[in-house]
Design a protein around this ligand. Structure first.
Ligand code: SIN
Length: 295
């Protein structure tokens, strides 16, 4: 019997990883994501993601399925609870957009209005998210990333002691009732959707499961309170933690360029969408990769 022909391994690609000068973030130049990556190339990208927390693939030209396939190399994909904003035929992709058609938003318009780590409100929060630019505004629309390892390192000893071994509660709807931006109507969640986003508790300081580094893991977007503390004390401590989370020197600003796909590590950074003028269109496609239970 003739031997079955084996599929040749994907060819190595000559791409460059260029760290940004401030230490957070790196851009990846010359990688063709329409092709499957071979093991060594994938390992370089994986290492850059762990080291720099935010990697920017430049001049990306991929289909939704290629974005999904590449994202899946890092883990299982999570499907967002707002089903109405999933890309038709590709529910693994969440549309992030301020565009409305016939009076209906085509995507999640206020994703990232508050600092947050994606899906921290799930038992298994996200490992990382890939956000791929589709339509960019001529003004504004930047995304900010704050390094939560540096935030933890900056905490004064007393504050560290106050949160040592403590957990915080995270809730998807923590800020849901607050006024939305630009007339966007937040969809009312059905009982089935609400059942998917019950409050969860996570350690305030988590250990990165791949690098072993400690990071703060609270954010104003989804954290509601510190478990077991009186409300006032919990509010005060969280306010302090939020202040240390976003020290200007620990923030990386991403100014989007056509073809950018940004892949960040939700275990290491929180992020914020700065918004753009309402008359300008901004649409991106997000895949969200499931991570481990924080410890
Ligand atoms: C998000 O929070 O996933 C969206 C960030 C952005 O739109 O810049």
């Amino acid at each position: 019997m003739p031997l079955a022909a084996s599929t040749p391994a994907p060819a190595a690609q000559p791409f460059e990883i260029r760290p940004f000068p401030a230490g957070t973030g790196a851009e990846i130049i010359g990688l063709d994501l329409t092709q499957p990556l071979n093991g060594d190339d994938f390992a370089r990208v994986h290492r850059a993601h762990l080291d720099y927390h935010v990697v920017v693939f430049r001049e990306t030209r991929i289909t939704p399925q290629q974005q999904i396939d590449f994202s899946r190399r890092f883990g299982t994909l999570q499907i967002h609870v707002l089903k109405q904003f999933l890309l038709a035929g590709h529910p693994e992709i969440l549309i992030v957009s301020n565009v409305a058609e016939n009076g209906q938003n085509i995507g999640l318009s206020d994703a990232g209005k508050f600092w947050h780590s994606d899906l921290s409100y799930k038992e298994l929060p996200s490992l990382g998210s890939m956000l791929y630019a589709q339509t960019l505004p001529s003004e504004g629309g930047d995304t900010l990333f704050a390094d939560m390892h540096k935030a933890y390192a900056a905490l004064p000893a007393e504050l560290r002691k106050a949160i040592d071994g403590q957990k915080a509660s995270h809730l998807y709807t923590a800020r849901y009732a607050e006024p939305a931006i630009n007339g966007y109507q937040r969809p009312t969640l059905t009982p089935e959707q609400l059942a998917q986003v019950k409050p969860v508790e996570h350690p305030i300081v988590r250990t990165h499961p791949e690098t072993g580094r400690k990071a703060l893991f609270v954010s104003e977007g989804f954290t509601t309170h510190i478990v077991g503390l009186p409300e006032d004390e919990s509010r005060q401590i969280l306010a302090e933690l939020y202040r240390y989370s976003v020290l200007p020197e620990n923030i990386h600003r991403h100014q989007w360029q056509e073809g950018d796909m940004v892949f960040w590590d939700n275990r290491s950074v929180i992020h914020l969408a700065t918004g753009c003028p309402a008359h300008l269109h901004r649409t991106l496609h997000r895949t969200t990769i499931q991570g481990d239970a924080p410890f």
